[in-house]
Design a protein around this ligand. Structure first.
Ligand code: SF4
Length: 242
C-alpha cells in the first residue's frame, strides 16, 4: 500500500481541527465529495465552535440536507460544537477518551482527527472500506469495525497505522470495490482468500499462486517482529535478568 499510495491523504476539505471533526462526522454513510460540497457554506456561516454552538439546528439541516441522515447529523454538529465550548474551552480535545465524548464522534472519527489534525496515531480508523478489505483478506472475522480495529492493531505494525485508512479507502475505490472487486488487477491476489469469490466478481484471467494467506503472512511478520524485539531486549538485558 505504501508503494501504491505513497501520498494518500484525507479527501475531506478542512482548515483546522474543528472543521475536520465536523467534516468527518458528516461523512458517515455518504461520500467525501458530497461532504465537500456542503461544508464551504456551513463553515462560512459558522466557522468556529462558538459560532456553530449557537446555530439553529434547522438551519444547519437546510444546508446539509443532501447528505444521508442529515437530521441526526445537524443535531450532532450543533451539540458537538456546544460540548467543545462547554467542556473543552472551545478547542477540539486531543485524546481518544475526550474526543469520543463528543456527540456523533466514535473511534473512527476520533482516529482520523487525532491523526490528521494533531499527528497523533492511537489506532486505525476502520470505516466501511477498511472493514470490507480486512474481512476479505482474512485479517479479521470481527462483526463490527470496532472489533476489527483490535485485530488490525495486533497484526499491523504501529508505524503503518497512520496511513492505513487513507490508503485502504483509495484501494477500496480503485480495486477492492464493494460490489465488484477487480481481483484480476489486484496486487494482493495471491494472498487473498476471497479472490474471485465475491459475488459479482468477474471470472479470473489470472491464476493465483499459492503463497499463503494475507492473515498468515501478516501474523508471521508480526510474530517475527515481536521475537526480534524479545531477542534484542534479552541481548541487552543484564545477566541477572537472562
Ligand atoms: S483479491 Fe479481490 S477480494 Fe481480495 S483484496 Fe484483491 S480485489 Fe479484494
Amino acid at each position: 500500500m505504501n508503494q501504491r499510495y505513497p501520498a494518500a491523504e484525507c479527501a475531506l476539505h478542512y482548515t483546522d481541527p474543528f472543521t475536520l471533526v465536523i467534516a468527518v462526522l458528516l461523512s458517515a454513510q455518504t461520500t467525501d465529495k458530497a461532504v465537500n460540497l456542503v461544508t464551504p457554506t456551513l463553515f462560512e456561516r459558522w466557522p468556529t465552535p462558538a459560532d456553530m454552538a449557537a446555530a439553529p439546528v434547522a438551519e444547519v439541516a437546510e444546508i446539509i440536507h443532501r447528505l444521508g441522515f442529515y437530521k441526526t447529523k445537524s443535531r450532532h454538529v450543533v451539540e458537538c460544537a456546544q460540548k467543545i465550548v462547554a467542556d473543552f474551552d472551545g478547542s477540539v480535545p486531543r485524546t481518544m477518551d475526550e474526543l469520543t465524548t463528543l456527540p456523533g464522534v466514535g473511534r473512527k472519527t476520533a482516529n482520523i482527527v487525532l491523526n490528521n489534525a494533531f499527528g497523533i496515531v492511537e489506532g486505525i480508523a476502520v470505516d466501511t472500506h477498511v472493514f470490507r478489505i480486512a474481512t476479505r483478506l482474512g485479517l479479521t472475522r470481527a462483526a463490527t469495525p470496532a472489533a476489527a480495529e483490535k485485530d488490525l492493531l495486533e497484526i499491523i505494525p504501529h508505524e503503518l497505522w497512520g496511513p492505513v485508512n487513507h490508503q485502504w479507502v483509495l484501494f477500496g475505490r480503485e480495486i477492492c470495490d464493494a460490489r465488484k472487486p477487480h481481483c484480476d488487477e489486484c496486487p494482493l491476489l495471491d494472498l487473498c482468500p476471497s479472490a474471485f469469490k465475491v459475488s459479482g466478481n468477474p471470472k479470473p484471467h489470472r491464476s493465483r499462486k499459492s503463497t499463503g494467506s494475507a492473515a498468515s503472512t501478516a501474523r508471521k511478520s508480526s510474530a517475527s517482529r515481536k521475537s526480534s524485539k524479545r531477542a534484542a531486549s534479552t541481548k541487552s538485558a543484564p545477566k541477572s535478568q537472562v
